[in-house]
Design a binder for this molecule. Structure first.
Ligand code: ADP
Length: 476
């Protein structure tokens, strides 16, 4: 199908509406004009008939019109009124008078016609080859009452027909010109109205991924074009942010990958410098295995984040018994804590249910447990509490570990962020765990927060809306 530009469509639409309107008004005026003219002609005819009736005299079978011939106005009126004029005697139908013009038109009513006219007096239109006449037929009784007469007076309808015809000619000539002019004006108007859009398109075409900081001009008129420009600029802003994040992300990944790879390579090079015993090779290989594990862990977490961002992760939507989950995770982490001489205390309220995906929630909680134990030195404690508060399940993992500095605190949920002591003390981890935990919690319409004092410990709190009390899983 032919694709028309907005400008062409606007012009076409505008012209079409105008054409329909002009044609509609034209037809209306055409008919109104005709009716108006015919009505005034009829009025004139009725005046003439009334005049003739009052001035008609019948004497000895002949019809006379009594008027003052010296009165020029009256004489002229009689002349006009009797242009198309005939009188018949009733009931015989005998023609008493007929004007010359009617005779010339070939009007020859026979008595039968006269009787038909007499039966139905009033107005009637007759078309002759040269013109159209409107007749008025009326019955006038003789003064002595002996007989009566049929008086027929006609008047030409030409003025109405001519006015109609001329109006139609003018319409056929002027309407196309009007439409053409309107289309031209519409075309120019559309061009003017759409020019800012064309300017926007030109400006938008110049923006590419290298120039995401550029913005489209907003003219400040507050019109639709400005709205489009603002919306586009907002999109550009979001794109700029995303691209910036992607750049940082890529830079962080490269950095995080380079460190373990350099370590692996260094260890392998040193090991190969000279012949070594089997035990030494074993030590190097197991150290390398640890690095491989870290790399695998990191890549797995990255993959999860990437899939999450691409919206590829499937979420189960079930009731999750958070109490059972927290208890089971506490038991699972107990040996890890004990191995580090950290006491793990659990205070778990029973029957706390949330909606969502148990595996992902487990992932998030496990990360908090893991961090709490990891960043708490021997002799310290980790408290896990779960309760329901104000419609939320509230899970808190509190430790007496190294804590987080006020500077670092706002960034702990950023990807690849690791606060200074943990980084320099080469504690395991790549800084993705909390980013993932935050994303999981938010996916469950909850939120995660942290409170921490350096040297005194940290407290991470997850709040997730409780599952509806009527949820079928709870009754099981
Ligand atoms: P990772 O543990 O792999 O380093 P996370 O995203 O889980 O990554 O944590 C990011 C950073 O937040 C950690 O490197 C650490 O500096 C800080 N952090 C997280 N949890 C604790 C905690 N319980 N105590 C002290 N610091 C913490």
């Amino acid at each position: 199908m032919l694709a028309l530009s907005v400008r062409s469509r606007l012009t076409l639409f505008y012209s079409a509406v105008l054409s329909v309107m002009l044609a509609g008004f034209g037809i209306l005026f055409y008919h109104a004009l005709g009716l108006f003219m015919e009505r005034s002609i009829t009025n004139e005819l009725e005046d003439q008939v009334a005049f003739l009736h009052s001035h008609m005299r019948v004497e000895n079978g002949s019809v006379q019109l009594a008027f003052n011939p010296d009165n020029r106005e009256e004489a002229y009126f009689v002349h006009v009124a009797t242009r198309f004029y005939e009188v018949f005697e009733l009931p015989s139908g005998k023609l008493l008078v007929q004007s010359e013009e009617l005779e010339l038109l070939g009007v020859r009513p026979i008595p039968a016609d006269v009787r038909v006219l007499a039966a139905k007096p009033g107005l009637s239109d007759v078309r002759f080859p040269t013109q159209r006449l409107r007749f008025d037929s009326s019955i006038v009784p003789a003064r002595d009452g002996s007989t009566s007469f049929l008086v027929r007076v006609g008047i030409p309808l030409d003025p109405a027909d001519t006015a109609r015809r001329e109006f139609l000619h003018a319409l056929l000539l002027l309407v196309p010109i009007g439409i053409a002019l309107a289309a031209l004006a519409g075309w120019q108007m559309a061009r003017k109205a759409l020019r800012p859009m064309a300017n926007l398109a030109t400006a938008a075409r110049k923006i590419d991924v290298q120039k995401l900081s550029e913005r489209l001009p907003v003219r400040g008129t507050g019109d639709e074009v400005d709205d489009v420009a603002k919306a586009f600029n907002e999109t550009l802003g979001r794109l700029e942010n995303s691209v910036e994040q992607m750049k940082q992300f890529t830079a962080s990944i490269s950095h995080e990958l380079r460190t373990p790879l350099t370590t692996l390579r260094g260890e392998a090079e040193v090991a190969l410098l000279e012949a070594r015993s089997a035990d030494e090779y074993k030590r190097v290989l197991s150290s390398q295995l640890e690095e491989f594990d870290k790399l695998t862990h990191m890549i797995n977490q990255l993959l999860v984040l990437a899939r999450a961002e691409a919206g590829e992760i499937q979420w189960a939507d079930q009731a999750v018994d958070l109490s059972a989950l927290a208890l089971s995770l506490s038991e699972q982490m107990e040996p890890v804590a004990t191995a580090k001489n950290v006491r793990l205390n659990s205070h778990v309220q029973a029957g706390v249910f949330v909606h969502g995906d148990a595996n992902w929630i487990e992932h998030a909680i496990l990360n908090l447990f893991d961090n709490a134990i990891k960043f708490t030195a021997g002799g310290g404690e980790v408290d896990v509490t779960l309760s329901s508060q104000n419609g939320d399940a509230v899970l808190r993992v509190q430790d007496t570990g190294m804590g987080i500095s006020a500077d670092a605190l706002p960034h702990v949920f950023d990807r690849f962020f690791r606060a200074e002591p943990s980084r320099s003390k080469s504690v395991d981890g790549v800084g993705l765990g909390l980013a993932l935990a935050k994303w999981i919690v938010e996916k469950h319409r909850g939120h995660i927060e942290v409170q921490s004092q350096i040297g005194e410990g940290s407290s991470f709190t997850i709040r997730i809306p409780l599952a509806n009390a009527n949820f079928p899983y709870q009754s099981k």
